[in-house]
Design a binder for this molecule. Structure first.
Ligand code: 5AD
Ligand code: SF4
Length: 436
């Protein structure tokens, strides 16, 4: 019997990368992916637990799928990923429509779990593993990006930042065999991809046998000079000079570093258990500027963490200004059950104060992004062409090494080409230029 499946993915890039593994596992077992969920025999939701809002979105969408199941009783619904891990049986007990709950380390088991489900029972596997890296599973690339792909190089996280659910949902940190990573990069290049992003919760602590992250990056960069290499995410505590040196030696390693600060207050960083202070962080920023003068720096910031004072908040705004981030992801603190913060600190910054601080942070970043883009006007960048601009089909867009989106008038370039673009104008989110 040919069964069809549909996967909807929420959350971080790692989750999107996992969905490609799930596609691969299910296709190998004889299932067929389809694009319209209304026609699917199986709907899988690959979920995120990072903030309460992320979970609520999934639960709302689940209601729609459950409604569909009422009309189509043979439909099977599965919850994968971080919510599966965090909520486990709770999902099974409280959500009648859910047939299957599978954590991020159990995707190889999906075919056998689906067999159980087909026989009318429910199935759960939320075991976390200390070894699983899906190393030799060849992901099935989904979506329409033919230029840029993700490669997961490690899984899990053991940093235990006080606010974060990830160590609980994704388990122990483990690195994937570098040979399988290099082979995957080579294969993608041969298929026509021109950019890969190496993914991990903390890529800087990658270690497989005697290969560390800087060495892995060099090996991947050597696959081909026309293959751009990016990576995310870096933890400030592990950002080494060796890595920065390697980045400076290979023009195809993109000059963009995502370095989450979370807060600009030492007192808050300490409570967050981030294992660095602002002096350490700013020293790493100086090192980036020293080795890579044209590198862009982006960050993550949490507004309103437990006991954050107005002064702490002001320090965050000041630090943003000092670093001059090119872009940032900014969030209100959302207490996650069972984390160190949830167990030990009251979530005591009132909602309206969190919102106001977040708005101030976003406004500050808007200013800084505009400033950063304005400083690029007049410069010329190599741009990897990615596609047609959303606003007008006469315009194409791509990215420069710094990961900034560059829009330009289309002439004869094709998706996947490298072109030289001189920047003539900008907004806070895009650079606008003309092809040279
Ligand atoms: N509340 C708000 N933001 C969070 N992040 C992680 N956990 C939480 C939380 N409980 C943010 C951090 C992290 C990014 C992926 O999500 O900024 O870097
Ligand atoms: Fe990714 Fe974290 Fe969300 Fe899990 S909880 S999907 S690891 S962002």
């Amino acid at each position: 019997m040919n069964r069809t499946f549909f996967i909807e993915t929420y959350g971080c890039q790692m989750n999107f990368s996992d969905s490609e593994i799930v596609h691969s596992v299910l296709i190998s077992a004889g299932y067929t992916p389809i694009e319209n969920y209304k026609e699917a025999d199986i709907i899988l939701m690959n979920t995120c637990s990072i903030r309460d809002h992320a979970e609520q979105r999934v639960l709302n969408r689940l209601k729609e799928f459950s409604f569909l199941k009422k009309k189509k009783p043979h439909l099977k619904i599965g919850i994968l990923g971080c919510m599966a891990e965090r909520l486990k049986e709770e999902l099974m007990l409280l959500q009648q429509s859910v047939d299957l709950v599978v954590g991020p380390d159990a995707y190889r088991n999906l075919p056998s779990l689906l067999n159980t489900v087909e026989s009318g029972e429910k199935a759960v596997n939320v075991l976390l593993s200390e070894e699983e890296t899906y190393a030799e599973i060849e992901p099935v690339r989904v979506g329409d990006n033919q230029v840029s792909a993700f490669i997961a190089i490690m899984r899990g996280c053991e940093n235990f930042c006080a606010y974060c659910v990830v160590p609980y949902t994704r388990g122990k940190e483990r690195s994937r065999d570098y040979e399988t990573i290099v082979n995957e990069a080579q294969k993608l290049f041969d298929q026509g991809y021109r950019e890969i992003t190496l993914l991990g919760q903390n890529v800087n602590s990658y270690q497989y046998n005697d290969v560390n992250f800087a060495q892995l990056l060099a090996r991947v960069a050597e696959v081909n000079p026309l293959l751009r290499v990016r990576f995310a995410t870096s933890h400030p505590k592990d950002l080494s000079d060796e890595l920065l040196q390697t980045m400076s030696q290979y023009p195809n390693i993109c000059k963009a570093i995502h370095l989450p600060i979370q807060s600009g207050s030492d007192a808050v960083l300490k409570k967050m258990k981030r294992k660095y202070d602002t002096a350490w962080y700013l020293d790493r920023i100086s090192a980036i500027r020293r080795y890579l003068p044209d590198c862009s720096i982006s960050t993550d910031i949490i507004a309103g963490f437990c006991s954050e004072t107005e002064e702490d908040h002001q320090n965050t705004l000041n630090l943003m200004e000092t670093v001059g981030y090119a872009s940032a992801f900014m969030f209100k603190y959302s207490e996650r059950p069972d984390t160190f913060a949830a167990k030990n600190y009251p979530d005591d910054v009132p909602e309206n104060v969190k919102s106001r601080r977040l708005t101030e942070i976003i406004n500050k970043q808007q200013e800084l992004s505009l400033k950063s883009n304005q400083s690029d006007v007049g410069k010329t960048f190599e741009v990897l062409v990615e596609g047609v601009s959303k606003k007008s089909n006469k315009r194409y867009f791509g990215r420069n090494s710094q990961n900034k989106v560059v829009v330009f008038n289309h002439t004869n370039e094709k998706i996947g080409d490298y072109i030289q673009v001189q920047i003539t104008d900008c907004s806070a989110i895009t650079l606008i230029g003309k092809r040279l």
